[in-house]
Design a protein around this ligand. Structure first.
Ligand SMILES: [Zn+2]
Ligand SMILES: [Zn+2]
Length: 684
């Protein structure tokens, strides 16, 4: 195909932007972009560029490198226009469009490539436009206080060019964009960063909401739940249930015990022990439990054909025998002996329940440490399993029509009850190295995904989704829950292998990040129709901007304080009250300072997330944001009431009962009068 346009011919639009002729620049870039994609493609491709929705777009696939670079330049021009208009949501949607145009290059590869294969062409203009989009987006995320995604964009941008020639990647323009000082500053942050989070407020309600984490106080008991990770949990009848897991400290502790906490009992909350998992095993690790509300049973998915359940009324264990009849196609996809989960084992899979059917995606079984991409359905009425898509073991080539092999992805059933969503997760590529299993695709480093998918139950197919709004963009082992009262998904914390964190004061560097930030995937409220932006028009005046249309998108929940940075915590929503709770998880003490020298620290704490959102469940009325700004616990640290500095400060020992912290005697003196009035404190 002959090139339609060269990037140089877009210079005119750049000049308009520089001269402040913003509307002229918008019309210029929009018309040029429309000339590429035609009338029937929506730009930007929020809710899908073409009929059928989703990320994939045939027009983008077949572009020549020169056209591709020019289209990317148009999208970047639109992004810059909206930055100048301070419409950050629309700007982000255009910078994301640039990335989508670029990534479609991959769909032309002769053999489908797994997501972890980095690829690019040695075409400087392509790299330059992609870099503009990365940095344009990173600067907006920085303004919004989404430091995690800002850091990821800068890091990904600087590493995406590593394999390219020096002349290509080290041009003055590229060096200016890939500013090494800014990258160094970005990887020194934590997410949230104590020096930033208390200053953030909601400046862009389409992309942010105010929230507050509250640690629940429990009544002390002689026997109570131990701190743990890799447990299973759920909420039923306003009770939080937790089973199994382990802690990996000095002495390993393996659990198969089962606990229950009455969330509604605000003054007498205490863990109550239930009958432990009845099988003669040492522990129950990385399994999942889902509640069938009509049956009042919680089903435990471990990969066994005999599926255990806990009767929530009688509080007794039972089991059902399930079966799987492998077809020829199932056998081609790696099923042996009429059972998909090798070794009758499935861990760290993504498990959801919908209308009497349990779905599992990915996870590990006896023969894979990377994770698989098996997508299975168990019909509880017939007790039969069915393989919907995917492979028991990943074949040499990828398959672009289905999500890649992974574990620990977020998953939920969307509000319409017809779509199952799958977000991020990890291919544990260092798994085979550790275990010596002869698996394809092993490497020294794990790969955290950056993709988003949905499965239509009625259509029986996957669709790759665009990631819109202000998202967490790459991570795994995060807590997640779909809250049906609020019509939102909540995601907390997690872990990213492969992006470093630097601690210059301790001259230390970790090759990973642990998070304590919070996000929601916000569906339009009932009654507020999700409107498809009419971007198909070539007339920019007639095109509603992304920020004035309504569609599902990510928002960051800004919290003044937060539970310590961690992975493997679990979030659950109470379906009756709409309240959101967090339990457990663990952190690496290289990342989070601790008094002792353990390598990892498990948690056994319970938190509630309150959010300033419409509808029942947000529970925000009792939150005093001004007070939290000065006193909330910021992960492992305290904030000085007077100067706002964070550290391991001492609690006030006056009559307030320790409502404020001070970094030293000077701040204590200076802030004393104000604290006395604020918290009704006096010396004792
Ligand atoms: Zn101070
Ligand atoms: Zn006090």
């Amino acid at each position: 195909m002959a090139a339609k346009m060269h990037v140089d011919s877009l210079h005119e639009g750049t000049v308009m932007l520089e001269d402040g002729r913003l509307e002229d620049a918008r019309d210029f870039f929009f018309e040029k972009a429309k000339a590429f994609v035609g009338e029937n493609t929506r730009l930007p491709s929020i809710q899908g560029g073409q009929d059928g929705g989703g990320f994939r777009n045939d027009t983008y696939k077949d572009l020549s490198p020169i056209d591709r670079a020019a289209l990317m330049a148009c999208c970047n021009g639109m992004g810059k226009y909206y930055v100048a208009k301070r419409d950050f949501e629309s700007a982000l949607s255009w910078f994301e469009e640039t990335q989508i145009v670029f990534l479609h290059m991959k769909f032309n590869s002769p053999a489908p490539m797994y997501e972890w294969k980095s690829f690019t062409l040695d075409v400087p203009e392509l790299t330059h436009q992609r870099t503009v989009a990365f940095i344009g987006a990173a600067e907006i995320y920085e303004k919004l206080g989404n430091t995690a995604t800002a850091t990821e964009r800068r890091w990904e941008c600087s590493t995406a060019v590593v394999s390219l020639s020096d002349a290509h990647k080290s041009s003055p323009a590229m060096k200016r964009l890939n500013n090494t000082d800014k990258i160094a500053a970005a990887i020194q942050l934590r997410h949230p960063d104590p020096s930033i989070c208390h200053k953030l407020s909601v400046t862009c309600p389409n992309l942010q909401v105010q929230g507050s984490w509250k640690k629940l106080t429990l009544k002390p008991a002689t026997k109570t739940i131990g701190a743990r990770q890799r447990f299973a949990s759920f909420i039923w009848d306003s009770h939080l249930y937790v089973i199994g897991g382990w802690t990996g400290d000095i002495g390993f502790q393996f659990y198969k015990d089962f606990w229950c906490l009455d969330l509604a009992d605000e003054t007498g909350r205490q863990w109550r022990i239930l009958p432990e998992y009845p099988l003669p095993v040492r522990a129950l690790l990385s399994a999942s439990m889902v509640v069938h509300r009509e049956e009042k049973r919680a089903y435990l998915i471990t990969g066994r054909s005999r599926v255990d359940y806990f009767d929530l009324v009688t509080e007794r264990w039972g089991s059902i025998k399930t079966t799987f009849q492998a077809t020829e196609e199932d056998r081609r996809c790696g099923v042996k002996n009429n059972w998909p989960f090798r070794g009758e084992n499935l861990t760290d899979a993504t498990v959801v329940i919908n209308k009497g059917k349990i779905y599992t995606f990915g996870g590990q079984h006896a023969d894979t440490n990377i994770g698989c991409n098996l997508f299975m359905e168990l019909d509880l009425a017939t007790k039969r399993w069915k393989r919907l898509t995917g492979y028991v073991m990943s074949p040499p080539d990828a398959d672009y029509s289905i999500p890649g092999p992974r574990q620990s992805a977020c998953g939920w059933v969307g509000p319409d009850g017809d779509r199952i969503y799958l977000f991020l997760g990890v291919a544990t590529r260092d798994g085979p190295m550790a275990t010596g299993k002869p698996e394809l695709h092993g490497e020294s480093e794990s790969y955290p995904y950056r993709d988003f998918w949905s499965w239509s139950i009625s259509e029986g197919k996957w669709r790759r989704e665009r990631i819109s709004g202000n998202p967490p963009i790459t991570r795994t082992e995060m807590g997640y829950t779909f809250n049906e009262k609020l019509n939102k998904v909540v995601v907390f914390g997690g872990y990213t292998p492969g992006i470093p964190t630097m601690f210059p004061t301790q001259s230390k560097q970790c090759e990973y990040i642990y998070y304590a930030d919070t996000f929601i995937y916000d569906y339009p409220q009932p009654g507020e129709e999700s409107s498809k932006p009419p971007y198909t028009s070539a007339d920019p005046e007639r095109c509603t901007t992304p920020s004035s249309t309504s569609y599902p998108k990510w928002k960051q929940v800004l919290t003044k304080g937060f539970p310590t940075y961690r992975c493997h915590s679990q979030l659950n929503s109470d379906p009756d009250t709409g309240k959101v709770y967090l339990f457990g998880g663990y952190t690496n003490t290289d990342f989070v300072p601790s008094r002792n020298s353990f390598k990892s620290r498990p948690f056994g704490d319970v938190w509630q997330l309150r959010m300033d959102v419409p509808g029942e469940g947000g529970d925000f009325a009792s939150v005093d944001i001004e007070e939290e700004t000065r006193t909330a616990n910021i992960g492992p640290w305290k904030r000085c009431f007077t100067c706002g500095n964070s550290g391991m400060w001492k609690r006030c020992s006056g009559a307030c009962g320790g409502k404020a912290f001070f970094c030293g005697t000077e701040c204590q003196k200076e802030g004393w009068r104000e604290h006395k009035n604020y918290h009704s404190c006096r010396k004792v």
